[in-house]
Design a protein around this ligand. Structure first.
Ligand SMILES: Cc1ncc(COP(=O)(O)O)c(C=O)c1O
Length: 363
């Protein structure tokens, strides 16, 4: 049915940053450990983020750092996690970690979880007695769905597992426990010879991949499921929405029937790990011409030009590590446009709204 190579395949991990940020300090990678009786291991009580740092001509630049950290704080708030960390401190810590690691490009992983107070241990489901721990690690991570996937696309299936229902687990929080659902979707897909699975929501509408949002192109119009379809409000999804706006490609958020996937002109995934990955077949039904479509290619090209700093972003999306000043010393001037332009474009969001990721909180 499947061989071990397929089951064990993951992105090659060439380099790991040998320090980890922990509660305000940098510790050695090897010292970043938890007790096996920590609450998080038994009850899934963690929230986390996945952030990419890209190589640019101005040195490493973290993509949409504030938006990721704002989502991190939102996830903590949803799960009533009390902690002392501010948006600025978490951004500062991430930049420092990347700078200390010396990598030109990497993936940054903040995580906050309920641990164990070894002097006054608590073992019940009630999370409140357990202390909070916060770490940020980083490593160089390649193309999540394979090097060739970015151009050629991936073969995917519709999963027999549904996405979380809104009143059981909030999909808009990026919580570790949600990824048990993602693992079921991913394992089923891999076991059956697909690169990824697409989950439907509890009403049967298209939701998202195990670790990606999804977009459909039909008659030149781009469609993506709304937040009400139990999706994670993806930062890359928001970037695609903004890129479509800038390229004047019409886009709507709308419920999508499973069958619409089969007859779409183009489909693609968006995500920090997957970036913009075309989908060439669903359930062995070829999508469009069976390769990356022209609209996907335009959006993907703009995305990679922005992340490499070669094209002006629709907002202040890049935090240049080498030019960064800690929050206490700056006046909000850490992020800049790509392409060397330092002044925000006239349509860039104001400082009040710039951390708001484009989400429609209702249908
Ligand atoms: C379930 C799920 N949906 C969507 C995404 C895409 O979100 P983002 O673009 O913020 O990485 C991810 C990845 O983080 C994910 O895990």
């Amino acid at each position: 049915m499947f061989n071990d190579d397929v089951r064990k395949r993951d992105v090659k991990t060439p380099t790991i940053v040998q320090e980890v940020w922990h509660d305000g300090e940098f510790i050695k990678w090897n010292d970043a450990r938890v007790h096996v009786m920590s609450h998080v291991l038994h009850y899934g009580s963690s929230i986390f983020e996945g952030i990419r740092c890209y190589k640019t001509r101005r040195g490493p630049a973290i993509f949409r750092l504030r938006e990721h950290m704002q989502r991190f704080l939102n996830s903590a708030k949803i799960y009533r996690m009390e902690h002392p960390w501010s948006l600025e401190e978490l951004c500062d810590a991430s930049v420092q970690l990347v700078a200390r690691g010396g990598l030109q490009q990497c993936y940054v992983r903040p995580i906050m979880f309920r641990s164990l107070d070894e002097e006054r241990p608590a073992f019940g489901v009630n999370p409140f007695p357990n202390p909070m721990a916060c770490y940020i690690g980083a490593w160089d991570w390649g193309k999540y769905l394979g090097d060739e996937a970015i151009e050629q696309g991936v073969d995917v299936c519709v999963s027999s597992w549904n996405r979380l229902t809104p009143n059981s687990m909030p999909a808009m929080a990026k919580a570790g426990a949600n990824y048990m659902n993602s693992q079921l979707i991913k394992m089923e897909a891999i076991t059956n010879g697909y690169a990824e699975g697409i989950a439907l929501d509890d009403r049967g509408y298209v939701s998202e991949g195990s670790g990606e949002n999804i977009f459909l192109v039909h008659d030149g119009k781009v469609v993506t499921p709304p937040l009400a379809s139990s999706i994670l409000p993806g930062i890359t999804r928001d970037s695609v929405i903004e890129i479509c706006r800038a390229l004047e490609i019409p886009l709507v958020e709308s419920g999508i029937q499973r069958a619409a996937l089969y007859v779409a002109d183009e489909l693609f995934f968006s995500g920090t790990a997957a970036e913009i990955t075309p989908i060439r077949s669903v359930d062995r039904i070829t999508v469009g011409a069976g390769s990356r479509g022209p609209v996907t290619e335009r959006i993907q090209k703009a995305f990679f030009e922005i992340t490499s700093g070669e094209r002006e972003a629709p907002g202040e999306w890049l935090t240049f590590v080498g030019e960064y000043k800690p929050a206490a010393e700056n006046n909000g001037h850490n992020r800049a446009q790509g392409g060397g332009a330092r002044k925000a474009a006239s349509h860039a969001p104001t400082s009040d709204s710039r951390d708001a990721v484009h989400v429609t909180l209702t249908e």
